[in-house]
Design a protein around this ligand. Structure first.
Ligand SMILES: *Cc1c(COP(=O)(O)O)cnc(C)c1O
Length: 368
């Protein structure tokens, strides 16, 4: 059997093993411990925010933000239609309604113009997603939000270390939500983080993630909170990954560049977005093939898999899910059907990217 190239796998070294071992040996395996504090402090520095509040995963990071902002029943949150389903589910979990706006061809992220058309008297927040590691057009989105008094919540789950100018995702809105799932740029196995420079919001998030227990009276709860804490074991992993952030993010950017060299010149093919004002973080390599649809893409995915190349289809528009409201988002619908994510992980070599690209070129022709 020849080689198999997965879409994703984590990069774990002796540093991660050492830190986790130290956490185990310290006895602090639950949600207290020095790694939790240093992971939060380190991640705030990494994003350029005043605060970072760790949580159990990226989905609850989004949910906790909405609860902390008092967004719930009767409220609407504008989200881009093309995203991982957690974006919409977090809004529903808070009791609010996700409203699906279209995406921008230039970034694959929320279109500010489309978001503007979704505004109603019930709109409370805009939740742009930095899809596949490319930042959303935050200047336009922040300007729109400011005109209408809305909160901007970045879903930065796929965008650790992406930048607009000198500013990093997670610091571009009121607050940002990150995921450290195993396939993300930095991983803690499962885990999440909320970044913000709003001190009152950070404090509120800390209370709510810990059962909303009174600061002054133990086991007294003025309101309902949650157990959304991360563990010291996960944070130990996170501290090690954060030390290696340049390597982990730089490596992915380079892999995306290699795919560009290999496949970028092919007719009818479009690779990762890269707006002139943005520095993407290369979470996953993307390829869009003109003329592909869901059916033909499934055939292509199967053929590639048989030859050892794992790929993933782009997300479906969330508004297509049977339990969600349909939306008129033509760009999201069109892009979704012709996109694939390619193997993107630390350790993949230049020669392997060439090998994978050769297989893709051949199989693309066979389904054309
Ligand atoms: C991964 C992801 C999430 C959810 O993060 P989890 O840690 O898996 O809960 C949310 N939004 C987007 C866009 C994601 O890719």
């Amino acid at each position: 059997m020849s080689k198999f190239f997965p879409v994703s796998k984590p990069s774990l070294t002796k540093l991660e093993t050492d830190f986790v071992t130290r956490a185990v040996e310290s006895g602090w395996v639950s949600s207290m411990g020095e790694y939790v504090e240093s992971f939060e402090a380190g991640f705030a520095t990494f994003c350029g925010t005043q605060h970072a509040v760790s949580v159990s995963n990226g989905t609850v990071a989004l949910h906790l933000i909405l609860v902390a902002l008092g967004i719930g029943r009767g409220d609407e949150v504008i989200v881009p239609d093309l995203s991982f389903i957690a974006t919409a589910n977090a809004v529903l979990t808070a009791g609010a309604q996700p409203v699906f706006a279209d995406i921008d061809e230039e970034t694959l992220c929320l279109s500010a113009a489309s978001a503007e058309r979704c505004l109603t008297s019930q709109t409370r927040a805009i939740m742009p997603v930095h899809l596949y590691g490319h930042p959303a057009d935050m200047d336009a989105i922040n300007a729109l939000a400011k005109r209408h008094g809305l909160a901007v919540i970045e879903d930065a789950a796929e965008a650790h270390g992406a930048k607009i100018g000198e500013r990093t995702t997670g610091s571009l809105g009121l607050c940002g939500a990150f995921s450290f799932y195993g396939n993300k740029n930095l991983t803690t196995g499962e885990g999440g983080m909320i970044t913000t420079s709003d001190g009152a919001l950070a404090e509120r998030l800390r209370v709510l993630r810990d059962h909303a227990m009174s600061k002054t009276k133990r086991y007294w709860h003025e309101e309902m909170g949650f157990n959304y804490r991360i563990t010291n074991l996960q944070a130990a992993l996170g501290c090690a990954q954060l030390q290696r952030a340049d390597e982990l993010i730089g490596g992915r950017r380079e892999i995306c560049r290699w795919y560009g060299e290999e496949l970028g010149q092919l007719a009818g093919v479009r690779l990762n977005r890269h707006a002139s004002w943005a520095t993407p973080c290369g979470w996953l390599a993307c390829i869009e093939v003109e003329g592909l649809n869901d059916e033909r893409r499934a055939v292509l995915i199967e053929r590639l898999r048989k030859r050892g190349v794992d790929t993933r289809p782009y997300f479906y528009p969330m508004s297509r899910m049977p339990y969600l409201k349909a939306a008129d988002t033509p760009v999201a619908h069109a892009v979704s059907e012709r996109g694939l994510n390619l193997p993107t992980y630390i350790g993949l070599t230049r020669a392997e990217v060439a090998e994978i690209s050769g297989v893709i070129r051949e199989e693309m022709e066979s389904v054309a």
